[in-house]
Write a protein of this length. Sequence first.
Length: 213
Amino acid sequence: MNIINSLIEFQLKLKQYRLQFIFLFLFWFGGFLFFLITEPDQSLGVLILFSLTVRSPEGAGDFAKFYVLILPILLEVIVFGFIMGELLEKYNPVITSRIRASHKRNHVVIIRYQHLSERIIEYCVENKEPFCLIEDNEELVEDLINAGHPVVVGDPTETSNLTFASIKRAKEVFINVDDVRIVIICTEKIRKINRECRIYVRVFEDHVQEYLR
């Protein structure tokens, strides 16, 4: 299970850095094509060494010098940034948990962690249903975060936190909140983002029920 979680975390991290790695690959590939055209007599192995700046061609022009200068910088910034980001997230499980939540699809979103929420999460885990939780009290969900479950720590009325919970791709939302104001705000914001998902709320006042319909 730990291996699977590690692979998931690594995959999510790669998705975060995909644009940087694509840019790095395209820059390297452009350099390789340049040396392939300008050094046609060289073997494939030598051209790869040129493109990796391990060796430099004799009488290198301005572009070759520029390439040899820039590629190591890009490698250091992107690869080192990737490694440092991975290490920082290892020591900040809240960020990792939020990243997991942001990649959920066709899932259940649970807003606020209390007794009913706990039962819903247990059901999702037992039946392998994808879910994520939004809760602004980190202490309440510390065990869930450490267990590797997708949790967004933050105010559920903030659009950014709803986005982190991948509300746009959710199939169901359970708003387990007693505060009617928060229920209304969450419902309105969720409906603006996702018009198809089912929303379940606990409301006893008739006029509020009518409004939410």
